[in-house]
Write a protein of this length. Structure first.
Length: 389
């Protein structure tokens, strides 16, 4: 039996539980939080911070493979373990270009992926080694800024927390000051027509599978709903599949990766970002696909053949259940109402506290047609049930 260690114990690790059982894999979790969703499904948990490399060293002794649930990875601390032969999947070399948003953009450029124009703004107070040469072709100074633009914290941003859309110099000054004038990535603002995403997986032997491309809808930079498949042309689908293959192959990746993209009004595809892990835009696969992204990830990292990513229904819609208040309510009543929607599957992460914007669960509804208006109406129905007082 393979023992898989996951660094991180949130819902993404929790959703691997069922697949681990059916594949006969044991999951061992490293997390500092005893109330994390994945703790109850783990056969063992090491309670330590996710960047605690000493704890990871102990884990390495009792598992076959170490994988990750998020991108807050302490690469430098883990490198010596990899050199001693500890098996990380994805390999640390595949993660290295992706953990900092500026490094990601530079990597996409080096392999020729289409993306928004980007610049790096150095901090006024240099907080940490920047890893960029003193003169960088992407450096920009404060008096060269063109608006609108997007400010992104280079690391540790998630659910839009480190991402700010900026219309003018005043709001730029205000936001950058709030960030502590740290070095940031600046991007051209893309007035996209739709946001798309795709999950792809690569096996140890280099086999790549790509899930159906989906449309994601964000509000305040947080994903609210996902429509699978995206209602886009076959040409756009092929282009995105090619991007996914190029990326995973050039990284020599192993495991599931989530790729977010913009589709512009003139049909251009631009890569927004890549997450080296399972992703919210792939949650529909739990109920709608032959192999869920969680099973696919476990298959890849355990060295098993990959499964089929095909949809088992005409289409599906996934809606995130986001916290909208500070509370310890487990929202039983609302969940029961959601369960009355035909072909709905509710996934409740069992978090003990709700706060605004926190991902508490999600609902997927399987549909027997590809009609866009039907999927939108169901998303609206779910949201009005969930967000009603
Ligand atoms: P995070 O890593 O926190 O998820 P993202 O970089 O994915 O942050 O950005 C979150 C959202 O912000 C995107 O889904 C998109 O709606 C918006 N966004 C990000 N970058 C741009 C951009 N260059 N132009 C327009 N909107 C953007």
């Amino acid at each position: 039996m393979k023992r898989i260690c996951i660094i991180g114990g949130g819902q993404l690790a929790w959703m691997m539980g069922d697949a681990a059982e059916s594949l006969g894999l044991k999951l061992i979790i490293q997390t500092p939080h005893p109330t994390d969703p994945a703790v109850p499904i783990a056969s063992e948990t090491i309670f330590a911070s996710i960047d605690d490399a000493i704890a990871t060293t102990q884990l390495a002794a009792c598992c076959d493979v170490i994988t990750f649930e998020n991108e807050f990875i302490n690469l430098e601390a883990l490198m010596p373990l990899a050199q001693q032969g500890v098996c990380f999947r994805p390999p640390l070399d595949a993660l290295a270009p992706l953990l900092d948003k500026y490094h990601q953009r530079s990597y996409f450029q080096s392999i020729g992926l289409p993306q928004p124009d980007f610049r790096i703004l150095e901090g006024e107070i240099s907080q940490q080694p920047l890893n960029i040469p003193a003169f960088d072709e992407h450096s920009i100074t404060l008096n060269e800024l063109v608006f609108p633009l997007v400010i992104k914290a280079r690391r540790h941003g998630y659910d839009g927390q480190g991402t700010f859309i900026i219309k003018d110099k005043n709001s730029f000054d205000e936001t950058w000051k709030k960030l502590g004038k740290i070095p940031v990535l600046l991007e051209e603002f893309i007035p996209f027509e739709r946001e798309l995403a795709v999950i792809a997986a690569r096996s140890v032997t280099g086999e790549v599978v790509v899930y159906p491309v989906v449309e994601t809808q964000q509000e305040n930079q947080v994903c609210r709903r996902v429509f699978a498949p995206a209602r886009i042309s076959a040409t756009v689908v092929r282009e995105i599949e090619a991007i996914a293959r190029t990326l995973l192959n050039s990284l020599q990746a192993v495991g599931v990766f989530g790729i977010e993209l913009f589709l512009t009004s003139n049909g251009k595809i631009l890569v927004n970002e890549v997450s080296p892990r399972t992703h919210n835009s792939g949650h529909f696969s739990l109920d709608a696909c032959e192999t869920s992204q969680f099973e696919m990830h476990l298959r890849a990292v355990a060295g098993l053949p990959l499964g089929s990513p095909a949809l088992q229904c005409e289409s599906a819609v996934m809606v995130n259940l986001l916290g909208y208040e500070y509370s310890q309510n487990d929202y039983q009543e609302k969940r029961q109402k959601l369960a009355t929607i035909p072909n709905s599957f509710i996934h409740w992460y069992g978090k003990t506290e709700s706060r605004p914007g926190r991902k508490l669960g999600h609902v997927t509804v399987l549909l027997d047609s590809k009609e866009e208006t039907q999927a939108q109406a169901i998303a609206q129905q779910i949201e009005s049930l969930w967000y009603s007082c």
